[in-house]
Each structure stands twice: as structure tokens, then as C-alpha cells.
Ligand binder design. Sequence first.
Ligand code: UDP
Length: 242
Amino acid sequence: MERIDLLGVRIDKVDMQTALGLIEGYMESGMPHLVVTADASAVVIAQKDEEFRNIVNNADMVTPDSTGIIAASRWYHNPLIEKVSGVDLAVQLAKLGAEKGYSIFLLGAAPGIADEAAEKLKERFPGLSIAGTHHGFFQDDEQIVELIANSGARMLFVAMGIPKQEKWIAKHLDRLGVNVAMGVGGTLDVLSGRVKRAPEWMRKHGLEWAHRLACNPRKISKVATLPKFLWLVLLDKVFKRS
Ligand code: UDP
């Protein structure tokens, strides 16, 4: 798989179709796989968090999950194909799960949200099996690992925010019994219907951050990583590469 290096962070040149094809292969392999959907905040966090950077760089797949990342890849004249976001990939995997009989465990978000997301997914994709759900504010890792391992889930979506979700998956992946585990950030909040996604035109023009901020001003620290990301890319281009 072709990939790019963005400030020391690996991002794969995948589009949605390729990502889905690869994940189907992971499902059939019977082995556990980690999929990361990396946005600009992930790249910024990875600059200082070596553990997180190593997890991303050694994941089975790292999809580009933000318009900022796609734009940066163009500035380096090594363009990524398209944005493959956590929420879009999760929905496509739910569809695949319903078609192929892969059950999914939803872990993360505030109490009740994962159940609501599960109901919405089952309505949308009849036949989908949700192996279990649990909120993301737990203390006892072991209890949750057992819950997932005993649920028979083949896929796991973990919605606890970057980098917590990726670190949690990497630590426990071998014991979860799933073939694919993926960090999905705020996806369960969106799938439950509690948080509205930015309208299509805003997403298309890379303005998802403005919608996020308008809906929840407390998201300022997350949104602030975008200018930081662009600044780091600019510095990198000016001082290192050109
Ligand atoms: N969350 C969680 N456990 C935690 C911290 C956060 O389950 O210990 C959830 C939170 O309720 C929210 C999601 O993780 O549903 C984080 O969403 P966000 O959009 O901030 O994720 P990111 O932007 O990092 O992908």
C-alpha cells in the first residue's frame, strides 16, 4: 500500500473502496488488525506523544480523516486520494457487517449513547448484529476486555477520542477476539443522532471544524489543532524540505 509521511506520521493512500476491500481481507484472515483514521489533531498529537506516533506508524491501516491532511499532502506534491473519515468508514463497515454477518461491538461515548447508536445502525442496516455496547468512562480495563472477548464480536469501534482510543486498542488488541478494531472519535455521538454532522457543502469545503465549533464552543481546543497543524506543515516545508 502506498503511503505518505506527514511530519513523521504515516498516512495511507487509500480511498473508501480500497479501505473496505482491505478490511474485508483482514476479516477473512482471522487475525486482529488495527485501523486508525487520522485527522489533523492526530498528526499534531503525534509530534509530542511518541507512544501514539508508534501505534499509528505500526497500524495495519491509517486513513486520511481530514481535509487539512488532504490539503497538506497536495502541498508536498504527494496527494492522498480522498478523505476516509471514521464516521463514513464506520457506516460502511456496518453495511458490510450486515451483508457478511460480521457482528460489531460499540465501545465509548457517554452512558446510553452506544446503545442509541446501535439501534440507529440496526434500523439502517437490517440484519446487522451488534454483539454488545459499553460506554467509554470505565475504570476496569480487564472487565471490558472480557466483555468484548466473550461477545463474539468480529469488529470493534472505540469512541474515546484520540489518542486514548488508539492506545486502548493497541494495548488489548490481541485479547479482544476481533479481526478489526478502529478508533472512531465522536462517531457514536453522531450515529446516535445526538450530534449533528456538518452539512454536505461544509464537509466538501473543509469547514467541518466551523460547524463543530458553532455546535459546541467547548471544542475550541480540538479545533485549535487545525491552525497548529497548518503552521507545522508550513515550517516543515520552509525549513526542512525546500
Ligand atoms: N470519550 C469517552 N471516554 C473518555 C473520553 C471521551 O468515551 O474517557 C468519548 C466522548 O464522550 C466522545 C468521544 O470520546 O463521544 C470523543 O469524541 P471527539 O469528537 O472529541 O473525538 P476525536 O475528535 O478525538 O476523534
